[in-house]
Design a binder for this molecule. Structure first.
Ligand SMILES: Cc1ncc(COP(=O)(O)O)c(C=O)c1O
Length: 295
């Protein structure tokens, strides 16, 4: 495609070498208007696309140059590539008939918010690198904790993925269970540490146990409640049995929990008000939960 369908000013085409400034800000404005027109059209008509991409494996790959281009291309051509090459290979998660995995992971306000965060492109690893990011995250996590009915002692931070969250949960649980020895000296020489997860836990729990050095054989899968019941958390009796079968030399590490409501990786807890949180976030680790459940 050469040019946009909308009436906005078409930015001048440029062929850029990689040393040159990629785009002046007036061109950026024109592209941004055209893109946002396309975004609104897409979101307003997403149901007209097939839910699943109709491409064959490798079809998109065949259309992408083997070697990295040395020269930049005009944005309108990049957008044309997006429409002709990328869009056919997209599964439309915002489609009203998309019922796989989880949905509702985007909304028009969240798209606009991402435009702002992409523009700021702040790296938020420390308070000093962007105080607002740290403090906003802190307050959001408090809201989330309260929405999940967790005790106020829980703290958390946003992770980049479910897998990272599960890995962090396992590492922190190891640390807690070994009173810091796991972080200082590693796991070698200590007692085996066991992770309990529901039988429907995502594979990232086992992967996390492998990465953390516990070994996937030390992940114990616990049966969940009746799938037709609203409560899809671990059943307590099999968990108690699994824990008591451990023997004295073994230590508990923790329970991992998933935030995704469709996930049945939830931890178990005997108290009804806690049970509601069993599908809750990996805000904190399960040492406390595990001790209560097992003890
Ligand atoms: C419950 C649950 N946990 C963990 C993951 C892994 O997430 P990610 O791919 O972001 O690491 C998924 C992904 O579908 C998931 O559904």
């Amino acid at each position: 495609m050469r040019g946009y369908a909308s009436g906005h000013r078409e930015p001048k085409p440029t062929i850029l070498s990689i040393e040159e400034d990629p785009m002046d800000f007036e061109d950026f404005r024109g592209h941004a208007h055209s893109f946002s027109d396309w975004m609104a059209d897409y979101l307003g008509s997403v149901e007209t696309y097939p839910v699943r991409s109709q491409v064959r494996p490798g079809e998109i790959l065949d259309k992408i140059p083997l070697a990295c281009p040395e020269l930049g291309e005009p944005m309108v051509e990049i957008f044309d590539d997006f429409q002709k090459t990328i869009l056919p290979g997209i599964t439309h998660w915002q489609h009203p008939k998309f019922f796989a995995y989880f949905n509702g992971n985007s909304s028009p306000p969240s798209v606009l918010a991402e435009m702002l965060t992409a523009t700021l492109a702040a790296q938020c690893m420390l308070w000093e690198t962007s105080p607002a990011a740290t403090e906003l995250e802190q307050r959001m996590m408090e809201w989330l904790r309260d929405l999940l009915g967790l005790p106020v002692s829980f703290v958390g931070s946003i992770q980049d993925s479910g897998s990272t969250s599960n890995l962090l949960a396992i590492i922190a649980a190891c640390d807690k269970a070994t009173k810091g020895r796991a972080s200082r000296e590693g796991l070698a020489g200590g007692p085996p540490l066991i992770v309990y997860a529901s039988e429907e836990a995502h594979s990232s729990v086992e992967k996390g146990a492998r990465i953390a050095g516990l070994g996937s054989a030390n992940v114990r899968k616990i049966a969940v409640r009746d799938r037709l019941e609203d409560e899809s958390t671990m059943r307590l009796d099999p968990l108690r049995t699994a824990v008591s079968a451990l023997g004295l030399g073994l230590r508990r590490t923790g329970l991992t929990k998933g935030l995704n409501p469709s996930d049945r990786a939830g931890g178990a807890h005997p108290k009804p008000h806690r049970r509601r949180t069993a599908r809750g976030a990996l805000l904190n680790l399960g040492h406390d939960t595990a001790t209560k459940v097992a003890g």
